[in-house]
Design a protein around this ligand. Structure first.
Ligand SMILES: Cc1cc2nc3c(=O)[nH]c(=O)nc-3n(C[C@H](O)[C@H](O)[C@H](O)COP(=O)(O)OP(=O)(O)OC[C@H]3O[C@@H](n4cnc5c(N)ncnc54)[C@H](O)[C@@H]3O)c2cc1C
Length: 319
């Protein structure tokens, strides 16, 4: 029997929603190929979470437990999965197309010497491997690529729905990682303080994002206050990250995070393709921009033409 693996991500002690999306991406393919889908989690304390793994509705879960490795340690997670993949030889490994997923899959690909294909939006089977649809140029170009069996693939977020959770029994296979603490400890000279504030944009259902239209770093407080009022995460365009107004962990887009919240509020963001590539899967987009021809209005569900520096304070006051 063929085996497909899904790389499971855990954020804030919860199984990340993108893990279910990855299962959705393999749903039809697994039926077509009579393949068994397994989710692979790496980290510490996984045994405690076993009941939650069962609720994802797939027949097989592989847990690689290590008291030293946290699931967020992408490099180590990739290394552990690669070691197991070399003996088990799954036909396909899929990971989320986010910073973590790209780092994990790059590690797996490098260690197993299997091809890595990124930003995939569709997978079909072929006798000699898989035919993949791939996004490039910020989502403007969709191309078809072939990949052989054993490939590692990252899946564009927000494209696939989670499969309807089936009432099936999950078999859990447990491995103890052989990695020693001495192998993974690194001495740091110094740590740059980040300014990640509030919830992470990766998993938030509401995101307030600001761009250069806010005019200055000091004015970002308006976006942060609105986010606070809405219990939202604070996102940013690359322009203001590059200008040093905010930490890169907030950046949405092609070279930032890909997000798909229920509500995305873009304040003073023009809507460049590279920004849209990271948020166009949002359910509802609200844009505030003083230029009525700003490209962001082409994808916005609700648009407000006006000055952010007047509209945001009024909105905060109203809420
Ligand atoms: C390889 C590559 C990768 C990239 N990756 C990313 C990425 O991941 N994420 C990303 O965001 N960008 C990315 N970019 C940059 C992208 O092309 C844009 O330059 C960037 O998104 C612009 O940011 P912005 O919308 O904040 O600024 P601008 O394009 O300068 O837009 C500012 C907007 O604010 C409006 N405005 C001005 N003043 C006000 C006001 N007072 N009230 C209301 N509106 C106002 C203006 O009308 C304008 O539409 C990338 C570029 C490249 C080449």
């Amino acid at each position: 029997m063929k085996h497909f693996w899904v790389v499971g991500q855990i954020s804030n002690n919860q199984i990340s929603s993108n893990t279910s999306e990855l299962l959705g991406a393999l749903d039809e393919l697994a039926v077509d190929q009579l393949a068994e889908v397994a989710i692979v989690f790496v980290g510490s304390g996984l045994r405690m979470q076993a009941p939650a793994f069962g609720r994802l509705g797939q027949p097989m879960t592989i847990l690689i437990e290590s008291e030293f490795i946290k699931n967020r340690n992408s490099d180590l997670v990739g290394r552990e999965i690669a070691d197991l993949a070399m003996s088990r030889k799954p036909e396909l490994i899929v990971a989320p197309h986010n910073k973590w997923g790209l780092e994990v899959s790059a590690k797996i690909s490098a260690k197993t010497r299997k091809p890595l294909l990124t930003n995939i939006v569709d997978i079909k089977s072929r006798e000699d491997g898989f035919l993949l649809d791939r996004f490039s140029s910020g989502g403007q170009i969709k191309s078809k690529v072939w990949s052989p069996h054993g490939s590692v693939v990252t899946i564009h977020q927000g494209v696939f729905n989670a499969p309807k959770s089936a009432d099936i029994t999950t078999t859990v296979e447990m491995f103890e990682s052989a990695t020693m603490l001495s192998e993974i400890v690194r001495k740091l000279d110094h740590i740059e303080p980040g300014d990640q504030e509030g919830p992470s944009i990766a998993d938030s259902q509401v995101i307030v994002s600001c761009g250069r239209g806010l005019q200055s770093k000091e004015n970002l407080v308006l976006g942060k206050r609105l986010a606070n009022k809405l219990g939202a995460a604070f996102g940013a365009s690359r322009a203001i990250v590059d200008a040093g107004w905010i930490d890169p962990t907030h950046q949405v887009g092609l070279t930032g995070k890909v997000v798909s919240p229920r509500l995305y509020i873009a304040c003073g963001i023009s809507g460049a393709d590279q920004h849209l590539a990271g948020m166009r899967q949002s359910d509802t987009v609200v844009a505030i921009n003083r230029d009525p021809d700003a490209p962001i209005f082409k994808i916005a569900d609700f648009g407000v033409v006006g000055d952010c520096l007047e509209i945001l304070p009024a909105l905060i006051e109203y809420l």
